[in-house]
Design a protein around this ligand. Structure first.
Ligand SMILES: Cc1ncc(COP(=O)(O)O)c(C=O)c1O
Length: 398
């Protein structure tokens, strides 16, 4: 098996348990429930609901807090396209708030400027493993009666002011796709302390079955009630976004080893930190005191004109580094948005909507400069030659 540090006997044992159970029906099996309970406990909240992606979790979060036709949702443009897509899927209006030059996360001051009477939710992103600045965001939300869905797809176990981030926002959403701290291949998990939100998200991700509970995604009731021609199954609108039991088996095993995964990524980030410190054109993502950055990636702002971004990357790879990853284009600069293709999702609402450049000047300035380095290595020894390649690249261009 490749990556034995990441996947081991416990994943195989739990997956075997699922296969041994025989896949009776879509209502049998308890692996999703076990993964959810373990994850909820790990991040310190009451309810966790597993999904088939960290995109579906975000949409469920918007649905739970009541985001619908014509509502505005504020979020940063420096993120994966999922955030725009889920807002559009809810027939809501994307409103982009700028980011901070040093943390790369959403700027609460710009959120405040963008709040209107139509704002229904703020969806900050805790980028690359670092929590967004939650205190001012939660204060704004309380003042205006707005919900906060923290997109922590990349920030498993991150802390803000020494508090686990999952305890702070109304809803916190995680992705468990391949590269994340906990992976289920593809998948997501969303957490909350609010039972009403939990039930709503559960139903939204599982076809709106009336009998679903905050703590259990399988319909469990006496067969004589369920298997009756007069029984009405659905009392809410929902999709089938459920996580498969086999994936949840991996999620459970991975959650049990999460501390090790976090510890390793943090240690590897510190190795990059040592090499980058004192280089006057490399600015690592600034981690405020009290925050635990769990470094899904180690990200720097590359502020140098005489050596291009690509030249630096190619030299790094020549010295044995893995490819440096670029930040996504800003969401409003993606062709989906700039071409107007998004308008077909809800023509009457989006007809006159456009997102010209200039909306978020800091994000526009830093996005082309960001460089993401891999932290997902099996040991400090495995990471060492990659970090050394960065040191050699810096020396080469000095
Ligand atoms: C910040 C952010 N939000 C949302 C997502 C969406 O997660 P998924 O790929 O599981 O749909 C990702 C993952 O790629 C992400 O990095």
């Amino acid at each position: 098996m490749k990556n034995t540090w990441r996947f081991g006997e416990s994943e195989l044992n739990y997956i075997r348990e699922v296969l041994d159970s025989g896949f009776g029906s879509s209502t049998s099996g308890d692996m999703c429930k076990r993964f959810e309970e373990a994850f909820a406990e790990k991040v310190g909240v009451k309810y966790a609901i597993s999904f088939n992606s960290g995109t579906a979790t975000l949409q469920a979060g918007l649905e739970a807090v009541g985001v619908g036709y014509g509502d505005e949702v504020i979020f940063p443009p420096l993120t994966v396209i999922s955030n725009v897509n889920v807002v559009l899927q809810q027939n809501a209006i994307p409103v982009f708030a700028d980011v901070e030059r040093d943390t790369f996360n959403i700027d609460p001051a710009d959120i405040e400027r963008k709040i209107t009477s139509k704002t229904k939710a703020i969806m900050p992103v805790s980028l690359y493993g670092l929590s967004c600045d939650l205190d001012p965001i939660m204060e704004l939300a309380a003042k205006h009666g707005i919900a906060v869905i923290n997109d922590a797809a990349e920030a498993h176990m991150a802390e803000y002011k020494r508090t686990p981030i999952a305890k702070i926002a109304d809803i916190t959403s995680y992705s468990t796709e391949n590269s994340k701290h906990v992976t289920t291949g593809e998948g997501g998990i969303v957490v909350t302390d609010n039972e009403e939100y939990a039930i709503s998200m559960r139903k939204f991700g599982a076809l709106g079955y009336a009998a679903l509970k905050s703590g259990d995604g399988r319909v469990r009731m006496h067969k004589d009630i369920f298997q009756d021609p007069t029984y009405k199954r659905h009392d809410a609108y929902g999709y089938n976004y459920r996580m498969p039991e086999v994936a949840a088996a991996m999620g459970l095993a991975q959650t049990e080893r999460l501390d090790m995964f976090i510890d390793l990524r943090v240690k590897i980030a510190k190795m990059y930190d040592e090499v980058v410190a004192k280089v006057d054109y490399l600015f690592p993502q600034a981690t405020p005191d009290g925050s635990l950055n769990t470094y899904w990636a180690y990200t720097i702002r590359y502020d140098r004109d005489d050596v291009s971004w690509q030249e630096f990357r190619h030299k790094y790879m020549e010295f044995g580094g893995d490819g440096i990853y670029a930040a996504w284009a800003l969401s409003y600069d993606e062709t989906l948005m700039s071409s107007g293709a998004f308008k077909k999702i809800c023509p009457p609402l989006y007809e006159n909507l456009s997102f010209p450049m200039g909306i978020c000047p800091v994000a526009e300035e830093i996005q082309p400069k960001l460089m993401q380095f891999v932290t997902n290595y099996g040991s400090e020894e495995e990471a060492a030659p990659k970090v050394e390649a960065l040191r050699k690249t810096i020396d080469f261009f000095s």
